[in-house]
Every structure is written in structure tokens, then in C-alpha cells.
Design a protein around this ligand. Structure first.
Ligand code: 5RP
Length: 226
């Protein structure tokens, strides 16, 4: 099985896992990326069982709409029972690095509004410690250089993501060479830098459940189980 086929199985497994939460009043929080795209495709088969979705990006909203799934804003939906999304890295406590697709800000907002966060990630995303994947940070363009200097002070090597503007009109710095020993503390510290919109550490609000492939099978894990 190749990585793409695995991602498809993960998306289908997530759609199945949330069936008990579905009713005609329920709106589902939907992430962004190639794994989340398979989740969206799997939702299409059960779209009659739930009310619609809140999307974490324009791309996901477009894909949901293409499947005739109603998309509403988070302001209209109120709290969500579940949010499903991929990750670039996930550690044993289910803290994550996200934002490889640049949707980190809306992903963090929608995840924070959900009672339950299910991460769907193939095993290449599993790490014992976060930081191998360059940490995406969405920044207000005028603050880019001053933020970059601070990141160098933290031992990082920030690289501007070329030809990329987020759905919110901002830029992304991808920060290489970071040692992230205390993700919760580091996430808060990065949030405190003026001009940082969002950083791609999801440690203050990690996933509650992980769906991942192991030895060719799809498994559901709670934190600390894998
Ligand atoms: C997008 C994200 C994605 O969840 C992350 O990049 C994983 O993507 P993929 O499922 O394509 O590997 O955070 O901003």
C-alpha cells in the first residue's frame, strides 16, 4: 500500500469513527491537506447523516461544497463536537506540528472550538520529539524581519515560504533547526511575539485521538497508547 492509499484509508476510518456523533443538527470541523481531503471525500457518502461542516481553509470549503456538503462559518455553527485533521508531525502526547499546507491559523481556531480532536496521520508523521519538520509560523507581513530575528535568537533558521499568502492575507516563516523540548511552553512563548498570528505547534490543545496505520492496518489510539 502506498502513502496515498494509506491516507485514503485514514480518511475513511475517521468518517466511520464519527458516525455515532452525527445527527441532522451536527456540524463537523474539517481540516486541511491531502489526508483531510480523503476525509472530506469519505464524508460525501454519509452527507445525509449530518447538517454540514465548518472548514479550516478555502480549499477544504471548496472541496466540501463540490460534494454538496453545506459549509457554514464557525460564528454560525457555535461549538463543534468534533474536528478531524491531519498533521505534519505527531508526538506520543499527541502534540503536533501543523501548517505544512499553510492553514494553521484557521485549523487552530476550528480545533479550539471542538470538543474532540481526531488526528489522521500516516506513520511517517510519528516522532518521539517534535521539531524535525520546519515549524510554520504565520506572521503579519510588516513584522516578518523582527520576528525572524527573534526566532534566530531561539536557535531557529526561519525561511520565508516563497510565493505563498495565507487565507488570512499573511506570510509564513518555516523555522528549521529548532529544538522543541517543551512544546506547551514554546507554543505560548511564540504566541507572545508581536506580529505572530499563529504558530504551528498544537501542544496547548493536542489531539484527543489518533488514527494511524501500523503494519498495514488502521489503528485508533488514545494519548500514550502508541
Ligand atoms: C495543513 C496541515 C496539514 O494537516 C498537514 O500539513 C498534513 O498534510 P497532509 O495530510 O497533506 O500530509 O496542517 O495546514
Amino acid at each position: 500500500m502506498n502513502q496515498d492509499q494509506t491516507k485514503q484509508l485514514l480518511g475513511q476510518a475517521a468518517a466511520k469513527a464519527i458516525l455515532p456523533l452525527m445527527d441532522p443538527e451536527t456540524f463537523i470541523g474539517v481540516g486541511t491537506g491531502s489526508t483531510a481531503n480523503y476525509f472530506i471525500d469519505a464524508l460525501a457518502d454519509v452527507r445525509h447523516l449530518f447538517a454540514g461542516a465548518v472548514a479550516s481553509s478555502v480549499a477544504s470549503a471548496d472541496r466540501l461544497k463540490a460534494h454538496n456538503i453545506l459549509v457554514i462559518s464557525l460564528n454560525e455553527s457555535g461549538p463543534l463536537s468534533v474536528y478531524v485533521d491531519g498533521a505534519d508531525e505527531i508526538a506520543p502526547d499527541f502534540s503536533m506540528i501543523k501548517g505544512g499546507g499553510g492553514a494553521l491559523t484557521r485549523e487552530k481556531i476550528v480545533a479550539a472550538a471542538a470538543e474532540h480532536f481526531i488526528c489522521i496521520a500516516d506513520q511517517t508523521k510519528w516522532v518521539s520529539r517534535l521539531g524535525r519538520f520546519p515549524l510554520p509560523i504565520e506572521v503579519i507581513p510588516m513584522a516578518r524581519s523582527s520576528i525572524a530575528r527573534k526566532l534566530v535568537g531561539f536557535g531557529g533558521t526561519p525561511v520565508l515560504r516563497e510565493n505563498f499568502i495565507t487565507d488570512n492575507g499573511n506570510e509564513i516563516l518555516d523555522v528549521h533547526d529548532l529544538t522543541i523540548d517543551e512544546p506547551v511552553k514554546f507554543e505560548s512563548m511564540l504566541n507572545d511575539i508581536p506580529g505572530v498570528v499563529t504558530n504551528g505547534l498544537f501542544a496547548l490543545r493536542p489531539a484527543d485521538q489518533l488514527i494511524m496505520d501500523d503494519a498495514g492496518d488502521i489503528h485508533h489510539y488514545q494519548p500514550g497508547q502508541r
